[in-house]
Structures are given as C-alpha cells and as structure tokens.
Design a protein around this ligand. Structure first.
Ligand code: PGA
Length: 242
C-alpha cells in the first residue's frame, strides 16, 4: 500500500489525475475502472483540463464503471451514466462505444450481472480502478458484510448510504433507489492497480479503520491492504489520523 499525502482537495485531485494520466500515456488503450461520488469530481476536472491542453488523449481508452442504480434509466439525471457524462465523458475524446456501465434498466439482476462480468472479462480486465470510500468503508456499493469473493451483483443499499445519497435526490429519501448493481470486491481486487481518493475530516476515521485496522468484510475497503498495487491519495484532513 502506498499513501500519497496531498495538501487539500485540489492537490489530491491533481495527484490522482497524474496517476491516471500516467496510466493512459503508458498504455493508450488501457481499461480504466471509474467511480462516481463527490470525491473524484476534481480528478475528472483535472483530467479534462489536461485533455484540453493536449496533454492526455482518451481516444483508445475503455472505461468500466463501478456501479449503477437498479431501476434508473440512463437519462435520469441521477443515474451514474448521467453523472459520468456530465462530469467527464462529454468533455473528453472518449469513444462512446468504449464506455461501459451496468444497465440499471435491466431488472433481471442475474442476467445483467453476468453480462457486466463478461464485459470486464472481454476488455481484458481493469488496468486501473479509481475508487472513493464511504463513511462505512464501502467501495462501489459493497456495503459492510459484503462477501469478498463476489463479482458483479445486485445489492440492497444500507440506510446510511441512502441517507448519504439523498442530497442528489432533492433531499428526498423516497426518491433514492434502494438497490444497485455493483462490481464486487473480487472484481475490484482483480484490477491491476487500484487508486482510492479521500478528502475531508469526515473520512479520517474510516481511513484509519480501513487501512490500519483488521482486514474484515465489516469494512469492505480494508481488503485493499492485500492488493499488490494499491495507492491511497488523501488530503491532509482525511489522513489526519494516520
Ligand atoms: P463521496 O462518496 O465521494 O461522495 O464521499 C464516496 C463513496 O460513497 O464511495
């Protein structure tokens, strides 16, 4: 495990974007595993900035996103498909045919999860997986207690995650989908590199617990301690307890 200390959110975003752009420069046709959430937005902005300056080219890159709400159509502004297009894909030269997310509108969970695992397999696996971390230690939608050996699967969101995500649904808990398709811990662990970004004092406790505590399904991110090429980039506040 490698820990990179950043001063603040901007610095964290820049350092994370540096690692991603290095990956794309070294292997232009790489497979990037991408994440939604507030934390990576600055990373995407930095990558867009470097793309606009001609410093990084996404034309051959394939992407696979971590997760998607079950039941939300792509066009819904709160779908992760929309999030990724608004925050990243629409602003760079990524080939739409190489963008992959779970299909929230396929309500046949077994079929959709199998399809998504095949997509990841068929693109040759993930070269670099970007992650955020939830306050309960979740990665993707792998909530506490999730088995480490799962591929893509359908999950019931915890009340804590529903509460944390209601800010994106007019603050209305009833509008937050209650299930999601997510890559499993096994899928994430099979990525050749993993990069986790965290900022703010609110993440300090969980960062300490996940990366300096026992490896346990009760803290899903803790398994990353076992990954052979895992980098944590955090700002001073998020890393304040380690
Ligand atoms: P956040 O979400 O980046 O909005 O804090 C992290 C997560 O839940 O994975």
């Amino acid at each position: 495990m490698k820990i990179i200390r950043a001063k603040d959110y901007k610095d964290m975003s820049r350092k994370a974007a540096n690692i991603i752009s290095a990956q794309v420069i070294m292997k232009p046709n790489c497979v990037l595993g991408l994440a939604t959430g507030g934390t990576p937005v600055g990373t995407y902005q930095q990558l867009i900035d470097w793309y606009n300056k001609g410093d990084v080219d996404f034309s051959e890159v394939t992407t696979v996103n971590l997760d998607e709400y079950r039941g939300l159509p792509r066009e819904n502004p709160q779908s992760y498909w929309s999030f990724m297009h608004d925050n990243f894909f629409d602003h760079v030269n990524i080939d739409p045919a190489r963008i992959n997310l779970p299909d929230g509108t396929n309500l046949d969970a077994a079929a959709e999860c199998k399809r998504y695992d095949e997509v990841i397999h068929n693109v040759g696996g993930i070269d670099l997986q970007l992650l955020g971390i939830g306050h309960d230690g979740h990665i993707g939608f792998n909530e506490p207690g999730a088995a480490f050996e799962l591929g893509t699967h359908c999950v019931d969101l915890t009340q804590e995650t529903i509460e944390a995500n209601k800010r994106f649904f007019d603050g209305n808990v009833d509008l937050v989908p209650k299930q999601a398709y997510t890559m499993g811990i096994k899928t994430i662990m099979q990525a050749r590199k993993v990069l986790l970004v965290a900022n703010g004092a609110g993440k300090a406790e969980i960062i300490k617990k996940a990366f300096f505590g026992p490896v346990t399904p009760e803290v899903p991110a803790s398994i990353l301690q076992m990954h052979p090429d895992f980098t944590l980039v955090g700002d001073a506040e998020a890393l304040s307890l380690i």
